[in-house]
Design a protein. Structure first.
Ligand code: F6P
Length: 328
C-alpha cells in the first residue's frame, strides 16, 4: 500500500466551517509538493456519486486560505448512506483513477468514509471540520475557534444594549448535541448563565441564579443557550417563563444562527487546517488508512475513524467550574 498512491481526492461534507478552504489548500499543495496528482470532488458525497471531479494543482487554491465556507461546496447526502450509493461513488473514484480519499467534515462525513473503506477497501483519511468541536480524537476541530470568536464578538455588541436598557438577553448559539460553543463563548463573553445539553440544571436553578444576580446588583444579564439544551424549552419559551416568574426582568431573545458558521477563519484555524492537511497526505503515503488527523497538546495525532465517531467529546468540567465561579 505504502507506494501505491499516486492520486488523492479531497472533498468537504456536512455543515461547512471556517477553515475548510485552508484545509483543501493544504491537501492540494501537499499533493503538489509530494508529486502526487490531486482531484477535488465538488458537493461532497453527492458530487462523488455524480462524478463532479476536477483536477487540481497548486495554483487552483490561490487566495482561499482567508475565505470562509468551502470552495468545493458541501452537502448532506442521503444516497451515500445506502450501499448502492456508495457503489456508485466508488465506481466514480475508480473511473477517475483515484487511489485515496481525504474527507474534511464531521461525524456523519466520517461514517461515510468508514463505510467506503469497509466495503471496497478504499484508503481514506479524515480531517475534522465542524464548528461544533464534538469529535473524539482531537482537542480542536477546524472552524471552532473562528465560531467562538464570532459569537463572543456578537455577545459583546448585545451586551451594550443589555446594559443600556437593563435587560436580560437569552442568546441561542449552535451546538445540536454538545455545548462547546456555548460554554467557551459564554465564559469568554462573561455570560451570567450558560445552558448546555450536557448539563440539565433545570429551570429552578435558572430562576435562582437570575434572582441572585439581581440581588447582587447586576442590572443586566446574558444567558447563553446551546440549541441542543435540555431544559425542554427553546429560547422564546424561556423568555416567557422568566417573564412570568420574574416580571422584574425585561427580556429579549437573539438567535445567532448561521452567522456562526461564516466569516474569515481565525489564524488558529488556518494554521490548524494547514497542519492537518499536510499530515493527512503524509499519513496516506505512509500506508495508513481509516484514520482521522487530530491535535492534542499541540501535537498532531491519528485516531481510527471508528473511534472518532463513537461518541461526542465531553465538555471541559474545569471550564464549567470556572463559569460557575465567574457568575458570582
Ligand atoms: O454541525 C454544525 C451545525 O452548525 C450545528 O451546530 C447545527 O445544529 C447544524 O450544523 C445546523 O445544520 P444546517 O445548516 O443543516 O441547518
Amino acid at each position: 500500500m505504502a507506494n501505491s498512491i499516486s492520486k488523492i481526492a479531497v472533498l468537504t461534507s456536512g455543515g461547512d466551517s471556517p477553515g475548510m478552504n485552508a484545509a483543501i489548500r493544504s491537501v492540494v499543495r501537499s499533493c503538489a509538493y509530494m508529486k502526487l496528482k490531486c482531484v477535488a470532488i465538488y458537493r461532497g458525497y453527492q458530487g462523488m456519486i455524480d462524478g463532479d471531479f476536477k483536477e487540481m494543482n497548486a495554483r487552483s487554491v490561490n487566495n482561499i486560505i482567508n475565505k470562509g465556507g468551502t470552495i468545493l461546496k458541501s452537502a448532506r447526502c442521503m444516497e451515500f448512506r445506502t450501499p448502492e450509493g456508495r457503489k456508485k461513488g466508488h465506481d466514480q473514484l475508480k473511473k477517475h483513477n483515484v487511489d485515496a480519499l481525504v474527507v474534511i467534515g464531521g461525524n456523519g462525513s466520517f461514517a461515510g468514509a468508514l463505510k467506503l473503506n469497509e466495503e471496497f477497501n478504499f484508503p481514506v483519511m479524515g480531517i475534522p471540520g465542524t464548528i461544533d468541536n464534538d469529535i473524539l480524537g482531537t482537542s480542536y476541530t477546524i472552524g471552532f475557534d473562528t465560531a467562538i470568536n464570532t459569537v463572543v464578538e456578537v455577545i459583546d455588541k448585545i451586551r451594550d444594549t443589555a446594559s443600556s436598557h437593563n435587560r436580560l438577553f437569552f442568546i441561542e448559539v449552535m451546538g445540536r448535541d454538545v455545548g462547546h460553543i456555548a460554554l467557551n463563548a459564554g465564559v469568554g463573553a462573561g455570560a451570567e448563565e450558560i445552558l448546555i445539553p450536557e448539563q440539565n440544571l433545570g429551570l429552578d436553578r435558572l430562576l435562582d441564579s437570575l434572582k441572585r444576580s439581581k440581588k447582587s446588583g447586576k442590572s443586566s444579564s446574558i444567558v447563553i443557550v446551546a440549541e441542543g439544551d435540555k431544559t425542554g424549552k427553546n429560547v422564546f419559551e424561556l423568555k416567557e417563563y422568566v417573564e412570568e416568574h420574574l416580571p422584574i426582568y425585561d427580556v429579549r431573545v437573539s438567535v445567532l444562527g448561521h452567522m456562526q458558521r461564516g466569516g474569515n477563519p481565525t489564524c488558529f484555524d488556518r494554521v490548524l487546517a494547514s497542519r492537518m492537511g499536510v499530515r493527512a497526505v503524509e499519513a496516506l503515503l505512509e500506508g495508513k488508512t481509516n484514520y482521522m488527523v487530530g491535535i492534542r497538546d499541540h501535537k498532531l495525532i491519528l485516531t481510527p475513524i471508528s473511534e472518532a465517531i463513537k461518541a461526542h467529546t465531553a465538555v471541559d468540567e474545569e471550564l464549567i467550574r470556572v463559569s460557575d465561579i465567574m457568575t458570582t
